[in-house]
Design a protein around this ligand. Structure first.
Ligand code: DLL
Length: 437
């Protein structure tokens, strides 16, 4: 299990923590922990016993990491079928907390934690915060929602574990957030990138210079964002911004985190998670370094072990840089966010990258899908910067449309509006009106 020694060694201490272990050591640790996890799932969760038996595999068949490919994948539907507590591997009295993710449709998925699971999570969040540039003694404003969502409480326990001070503002109520930011002088802030953009705009609208704020670092995630958005947030606030990744079914935030020193993708904390990339069609592992769907097996979970969980997030695995553990390339899309226009696959993040290159536009946008005859049609609705003339806007609109055609290869309509809402919490990027017509 991770100890606090792991977190104090990151970056500015001696590089002796597990994040700097040799690949051989990491492989040995993952193999040993994977064997335990597979046994734990098989013998304590009826779903896994059945799924393994149906596939004709037994935990004893696992000898090396490549053997993971023999074991069944787990998808959200498996969790839904066992709603609410059917996938838990421990007795009721061993649970100290549950969280749930609402998902886009249907029943929420419910996840549970033992005391030790919470400890490990806090350690990994503390390690993530440290990798993202937060230091003991810093004040950290946590604008992720507190509640069933894992963002707020997950971040909170990590801040405390690191020896920093949590300012648990939770999400929303922006006026109040700003007042607290001004009065409490946080060194760091955490939240979704789309919410941080709201904060930035509100400060500017109030006639304040966001660069004057006390914030030094921002740790943002829970939704896809682009390099362009990073630029906007870093320049806007005058901070270093890094990316944090996680999902409730696998733990919560802190599965992977970008290093403030390299800002080159997110290190997967491989002592606790085994990442794989599969082809979402064939479900077979892809060649090393190729893009596909991320599949994760947590290696130390007690209450809620998951075997080969399909994240539906698209990315690829890269070798370690800041740490010896492998990195994920920025997760720019989920496979269910893929838009297919006349045979061309595209993702909202590709539009975002172009939007952030134009100073007449704000990275607040939605992709509105409709039907034109039998064809799918996309209208990209984008917020424009204030005080632009009609001519400037017409030119901006024409330019963006052409850029999208030239760079992404699809024809879309572009609509510019003074304000575009993307919802509370995670930004809603796709509005699908196709069934309505
Ligand atoms: O969003 C956990 C979290 C909280 C992560 C705070 C980071 C910060 P869920 O609500 O279960 O958990 O949603 C997980 O969000 O499968 C991705 O599709 C997306 N996601 C999370 N982080 C990132 C990121 C939390 N950095 C789902 N980049 C995941 C892109 C992200 N997508």
């Amino acid at each position: 299990m991770a100890s606090t020694a792991d977190i104090t060694s990151t970056h500015h201490g001696p590089q002796t923590g597990i994040e700097y272990a040799s690949r051989d050591e990491i492989t040995a640790l993952q193999t040993a922990r994977a064997k335990n996890t597979l046994r734990h799932a098989y013998f304590n969760v009826p779903h896994y016993k059945k799924a393994f038996d149906e596939k004709g595999v037994h935990p004893d068949d696992f000898k090396e990491l490549a053997d993971f490919a023999k074991f069944p994948l787990t998808d959200k539907s498996d969790l839904r079928e066992n709603y609410p507590f059917g996938m838990f591997a421990v007795q009721k009295h061993q649970l100290v907390r549950v969280h749930a993710s609402s998902g886009t449709t249907g029943l929420p998925t419910v996840v549970g934690y033992t005391r030790n699971d919470i400890e490990v999570w806090a350690d990994l969040m503390a390690r993530s915060l440290r990798a993202g540039g937060v230091r003991p003694g810093d004040r950290v404003q946590v604008t992720f929602g507190y509640g069933l969502f894992t963002g707020g409480l997950g971040a909170h326990y990590g801040v405390e574990k690191l020896g920093a001070t949590a300012i648990p503002t939770s999400g929303g109520q922006t006026e109040r957030q700003l007042q607290i930011m001004k009065d409490f002088q946080p060194d760091a802030i955490m939240g979704t990138p789309s919410y941080m953009l709201n904060v930035l705009d509100r400060l500017r609208a109030d006639g304040q210079d966001p660069r004057e704020s006390s914030i030094r670092v921002g740790i943002f995630g829970s939704e896809p964002w682009s390099e362009g958005m990073r630029r906007d947030l870093q320049d806007g606030f005058g901070i270093d911004a890094t990316d944090i990744y996680g999902l409730s079914e696998v733990m919560g935030p802190g599965v992977a985190q970008e290093s403030i020193e390299t800002k080159d993708g997110l290190t997967v904390w491989e002592d606790h998670f085994y990442p794989e990339i599969i082809d979402p069609e064939t479900l077979e592992p892809v060649a090393e370094g190729e893009v596909g769907e991320l599949v994760i097996t947590p290696l130390t979970k007690e209450a809620f072990p998951v075997v080969r969980y399909r994240t539906h997030d698209l990315t690829r695995l890269l070798p370690g840089t800041a740490f010896s553990m492998r990195r994920l390339e920025r997760i720019s899309a989920r496979d269910d966010d893929m838009i297919i226009l006349r045979g061309v696959n595209c993702f909202p993040s590709q539009f975002e990258e172009l939007i952030t290159q134009d100073s007449n536009l704000r990275p607040r946008y939605q992709c509105v899908l409709s039907k034109r005859g039998r064809m799918d049609h996309l209208t990209l609705v984008v917020e424009h910067a204030p005080d632009r003339t009609a001519d400037e806007l017409a030119e901006t609109q024409r330019h963006l449309r052409k850029q999208i055609k030239d760079r992404i290869g699809v024809t879309v309509d572009v609509e510019l509006q003074a304000e575009v809402g993307t919802g509370e919490g995670k930004a809603k990027r796709i509005v699908d009106n196709r069934a309505k017509e």
